[in-house]
Ligand binder design. Structure first.
Ligand code: FAD
Ligand code: NAD
Length: 403
């Protein structure tokens, strides 16, 4: 009998966790496991704010996929170009693939909500290369300021759009990096402006208000200014327009604009033949797509409702990894004609870093701030490495500066 083919698209938290669990549960005689990813490395999306600010190198935040897969898995470095679940076909830059079971784990894209100019003029922390671009762009602006005879201080203004977890974590890193950059480029620090622009009436909307106050105060000490309740309505080559009140629109000139104001699923989902909203597929309880018995969706391409609150679970690495485990189990169940298991989210809390030495978080029913929260964040980051690559990967790539 022909071995079934399990095709996994994307080696992010969802896809890679599916594969490392499949290789434990399914041996090479039982199924062919193919993993397709556009790079031959996995990057830690959850560390991109550090890469973008330049507080860690891009290499620190990535590792070769070959170090965590075994001979049960065929890895294909290719760009997925289209998915057709009706024809069971996936087109890639390395040819066409078919499958018996498909796992879509292609991650997220920045959501610009159709705001004019953002796609062309704002940078983002979406993958390792966009994060690298943010770092290099800031350094370029600082270097060109030093070379200019007539100084334009707006080159030293960095605007971060969105005060969700991504925006706040990035500002925390920048707060630590800017003094170093100023020393490197001989720039008086008071010339640098770090501005966070948030549409909602508060930063980190929905998060614990006491922790939010702490975060705001700590970032303010690091020189971050906040413009709250003032959505960005346009980006231009020179900066952004923000809406203040019903009529008033203010233009702020800036050398760097980083858009961190929300995410959607990978656009390839929208032409796959499966219904989606903002490129996210409302999955069934066992992580399968509606209508297609052989298609699973992991991570930020999946939309899952929290039955208790009636609100969707936020797209996070934590949930993507938990989904990867259940998807691997359920594929094995389907192979043997067994009933599938339901995904039950085990919410372990949330920690938002404010730079390498500070953070806020909730876990174990408690609130954490400062060095303790920062240590907790590093434990969370190390745990993600451990779950995919064991002790070896954790020792090689982990974060161990706890004090
Ligand atoms: P990803 O991890 O984004 O992986 C998608 C993979 O698909 C990538 O390897 C990509 O290269 C590949 N891919 C994409 N398109 C193609 C294509 N066309 N062809 C081939 N391959 C392709 N969540 C937390 O739980 N905790 C945190 O602390 C946290 N911090 C974050 C910090 C930042 C700065 C950001 C931006 C997000 C953070 N998140 C955090 C959210 C978390 O990173 C995402 O929810 C998570 O990465 C989603 O996992 P995923 O597997 O769906 O996608
Ligand atoms: P988000 O959707 O959580 O936050 C985006 C923010 O941008 C919101 O506060 C929103 O009000 C604001 N915004 C929207 N439109 C705007 C506009 N026009 N102008 C100004 N502000 C605007 O997005 P995110 O922060 O990128 O996070 C994405 C996902 O990743 C979330 O699920 C988050 O929990 C997760 N994440 C988690 C961590 C962590 O656990 N440490 C870190 C980063 C991201």
């Amino acid at each position: 009998m022909k071995r079934p083919t399990i095709l996994v698209l994307g080696a992010g938290y969802g896809g890679l966790t599916t594969v490392v669990n499949l290789q434990k549960f399914v041996n090479v005689n039982e199924a062919e496991i193919i993993l397709v990813n556009k790079n031959d490395y996995h990057y830690e999306t959850t560390w991109l704010h550090e890469v973008g600010a330049g507080t860690i190198s891009p290499d620190k935040a990535r590792y070769p996929i070959s170090t965590v897969i075994n001979q049960n898995v065929t890895f294909v470095k290719a760009n997925v170009e289209s998915i057709d679940v009706n024809l069971k076909k996936v087109e890639t830059s390395s040819g066409e693939f078919t499958y018996d079971y498909l796992v879509i784990g292609l991650g997220f894209e920045g959501e610009t909500f159709g705001i004019p100019g953002l796609k062309d003029h704002a940078l983002s922390l979406t993958n390792i290369n966009t994060a690298r671009q943010v770092r290099e762009h800031i350094e370029y602006q600082f270097a060109s300021w030093t070379l200019d005879d007539i100084k334009d201080d707006s080159k030293l203004t960095i605007i971060v759009g969105g005060a969700g977890f991504t925006g706040i974590e990035f500002l925390g890193e920048l707060g630590n990096r800017i003094p170093e950059l100023c020393r490197e480029f001989d720039i008086p620090q008071e010339k640098v402006r770090l501005l966070c622009v948030e549409a909602a009436p508060t930063v980190l909307p929905g998060f614990d208000s006491e922790l939010v106050d702490y975060a705001k105060a700590q970032l303010t000490k690091k020189g971050v200014e906040f413009s709250i309740g003032t959505p960005i309505v346009e980006a231009t080559e020179e900066g952004v327009k923000i809406k203040k009140g019903d009529e008033d629109v203010e233009f702020i000139k800036a050398g760097t604009v980083v858009w961190a104001a929300g995410v959607r699923g990978n656009a390839l989902v929208e032409s796959s033949g499966i219904e989606s909203h903002r490129a996210r597929i409302a999955v069934r309880g066992d992580m399968r797509s509606p209508d297609f018995e052989d298609v699973f969706v992991a991570g930020d391409c999946a939309f899952l409702l929290n039955e208790e609150t009636g609100r969707p679970y936020p797209p996070t690495a934590q949930i993507a990894m938990q989904q990867g485990v259940i998807i691997a189990k359920n594929i094995k169940h389907l192979m043997y004609g067994e009933p599938t298991e339901q995904f039950v989210y085990d919410d372990k809390g949330a920690v938002c870093s404010l730079g390498d030495n500070d953070a806020i978080g909730t876990a174990f029913g408690r609130k954490f701030t400062g060095k303790r929260a920062s240590a907790l964040k590093k434990v969370v980051d190390d745990r993600a490495l451990y779950l995919v690559g064991g002790v070896g990967l954790t020792v090689k790539k982990g974060k161990f500066k706890f004090l």
